[in-house]
Write a protein of this length. Structure first.
Length: 376
């Protein structure tokens, strides 16, 4: 699977939902409250309107780094990192090196060392993002979809298979088996990484492609989930037939308890809705919490409380206090009617804080960017 497929997947799924689902009541148990923004604080930089944030990495509630594309007054576009040391009260901007493609991911290892992943490969900073050095390509095939470092030497990159470095990103080797088209549910095709501890981690994703009967091409829908208990030395396949379809997001509260957003294991169609699932045995079995959730990202900080992003509902932020059974709207999202709308959400958390990056824009309306923070 390549980058074009992932882009088309996201676009087609979101717009299919906007066309067919948004006039319905997707969450019958949803309680809506009037713009409860008291819990969410806008910590956006002063020039936020020129930024399109894509990913963030925070070390704690105060120190964090946001990867963004900056649009100057002449409509030039630059990849930048904006840094805060005081929980978003102030920000410092540093430009990333010119790159043939664009930067996709950022990861802060400690208060000095950062890694950033691009189309070209891996970049490293030893001075809080002020200066950057290209250290190595992932391989001849291009970039990774996600990166995670346990320390400044040991890290992982995922692009279907999982790659591992114990040399600070200068060299990479395969850590899990390669994607295969011969068995679609073989536990490969992973696009995201989540580590619960320094030893226990998950890689997940899958493949989803819907072709109407009148169009050529086959349809597929399967999820992939693999787990390591030994810092990536070995991986165990969890996904299998009839478990779940394509996995959107995974949030592990601890080594045993976690939540997942995934399509049901069902024939692909243009109106499948996302399910919220829960595990209490470290990911080996999953139970349905709620169907037709239509969320895109989740983060749970205990067995009851969590945050979700409702891109396919109304671009708002939701909160649950009963393990995902019911949700209340905590932050009202911005709505657009233009079919050419561009909507981007990203959720990250560290310590006792959750950060949400949002970017909205279209051909008819100005771009709006926000960085929001919620403590708990």
């Amino acid at each position: 699977m390549n980058r074009i497929f992932l882009t088309l997947l996201i676009v087609s799924l979101f717009f299919s939902c906007r066309k067919k689902k948004c006039d319905q009541d997707p969450l019958p148990n949803l309680e809506t409250i009037e713009n409860n923004k008291g819990k969410w604080v806008d910590i956006s930089p002063k020039n936020a309107g020129r930024h399109m944030p894509t990913e963030a990495s925070f070390l704690n509630e105060n120190e964090g780094y946001v990867l963004s594309q900056y649009h100057d007054s002449l409509d030039n576009i630059y990849d930048v990192v904006i840094r805060t040391l005081n929980g978003g009260m102030t920000w410092t901007e540093h430009r990333l090196p010119p790159n043939p493609g664009s930067f996709k991911h950022i990861f802060a290892v400690n208060d000095s060392v950062l890694f950033a992943g691009s189309d070209r490969g891996q970049y490293k900073s030893n001075d809080k993002g002020v200066s950057w050095t290209f250290i190595a390509p992932y391989d001849a095939g291009g970039y990774a979809y996600g990166i995670y470092f346990i320390n400044q030497n040991l890290g992982f990159a995922v692009r279907g298979e999982v790659k591992k470095t114990d040399a600070g990103g200068y060299t990479w080797q395969e850590s899990s088996y390669l994607p295969s088209t011969s068995e679609v549910d073989n536990g490969n095709w992973c696009w995201e990484l989540r580590f619960v501890t320094n030893n226990v981690g998950f890689a997940f994703g899958g493949n989803y492609l819907f072709h109407p009967p009148t169009e050529p091409g086959g349809s597929v829908n399967f999820g992939s989930l693999i787990k390591t208990n030994d810092q990536g030395k070995s991986w165990t396949k969890i996904s299998g037939k009839n478990m779940f379809g394509y996995i959107y997001d995974l949030s592990m509260v601890n080594e045993r308890l976690g939540y997942m957003l995934a399509f049901p294991y069902a024939p692909p169609s243009d109106n499948l809705s996302v399910q919220l699932l829960r595990t209490v045995d470290g990911g080996f079995t999953w139970e349905l919490v709620r169907d037709n959730s239509q969320f895109s990202n989740i983060y749970f900080w205990n067995q009851n409380e969590g945050i979700s992003l409702g891109i396919s509902i109304d671009n708002s932020i939701y909160y649950t206090s009963n393990g995902g059974k019911t949700w209340v709207k905590e932050y009202e999202g911005q709505k657009f009617n233009d079919p050419g709308v561009s909507i981007s959400w990203n959720l990250t958390a560290k310590g006792r804080a959750v950060f949400a990056l949002s970017s909205y824009g279209s051909s008819e309306e100005p771009h709006t960017t926000k960085i929001l923070k919620r403590t708990f």
